[in-house]
Design a protein around this ligand. Sequence first.
Ligand code: 1CP
Length: 346
Amino acid sequence: MKNERKNMIFIDACFGKKTPYTPVWMMRQAGRYLPEYMEIRKKVGNFLDMTKNPEIAAEVTIQPVRRLNVDAAILFSDILNLPMEMGLPLRFEKGVGPVFEKTIDNEEDIEKLDSNADKKISYVYEAVKLIRAELDREKALIGFAGSPWTIATYMVEGRGSKQYAKIKKIVYTNPMMLHRLLAFNTKETIEYLSSQIEAGANAVMVFDSWGGALERDKFFEFSWNYMKTIAKEIKEKYPDVPVILFSKGVGLYMSDMDGEFDVLGVDWNTPIDYALGIFKDNYTLQGNMEPTRLYSKSATKEAVEKIASVMKGHRHIFNLGHGILPDVPVENAKYFVDLCKEITAK
Ligand code: 1CP
């Protein structure tokens, strides 16, 4: 059963193999735009409780596959569950988003972090097992984690931030402390992703949503290098499991990006022809429709046609260039998925 990946179009596309059409899924595809998600969300009440309940997490993971027939499911969880299990109590505040009650302020705080986080988070592995048992054999299950840098921004700032002043002060005044935190996050993340794979995840993705907060040299030093380490170690242990890296807001740094991974997520600010010009077919490119185009079918069609024509004959997985928004009509999401497949069918 483990990592059985017969006829998974998504996995073939990750490795650059020929596929009958270009596979498609959407970042944040399990969520508020789906009425069936909202029904469960209302019943449970609390988002974190949903992520901690394997049956519910499994059900919500599979919902978008049933509804939209996407080629991959992404585990329903959050990048912040892992730092929460490191010993930082987390809550989601309405209108604010995630809030950590305790933050990382000094070396002692790093010392206190729980290196058993990857074991305490076993409810995620239970969910992965349930999903893999229920999901169609042809559909891939993507496990994921936040990048060491992106989760560090929340651990230090305590919440989402506009300026990242607190963590960037550390970048320039106490880089060694930050490297210690990032090394800790990296080690835990490798264990976490490995356990997701052992439980049945067919691919893994690292989300670096706040990589773009850093100037170029600092991005490579504090974010990309750690993502590369994660990819390298996962590929060494699990060569058959594709690794997807996604950094947001770093299109202009792409010419310096390399590493042992399979798929690079392209955000919507980066023209995909620009990314293709840099990477050629060394990696599969995943993306990158502007997510708000989903409000309009004609705007969706225009972008899908353009992306499909640029990527024709090249390694590609269709996706949005960031997460789907909560008030997008489901019908338009379905239109996007169907159109991507139809237009690229060989
Ligand atoms: O129902 C709700 O109100 C909760 C909304 C929600 C959901 C559905 C949050 C809160 N997280 C999630 C799930 C989630 N988060 C997934 C599940 C799988 C899927 O894609 O369907 C994934 C992959 C994430 C990853 C995530 N969480 C990222 C990285 C990707 C990205 O969007 O940039 C980040 C930055 C987070 C933190 C987070 N969690 C939730 C919110 C609102 C935020 C962002 C807060 C901020 O802007 O700082």
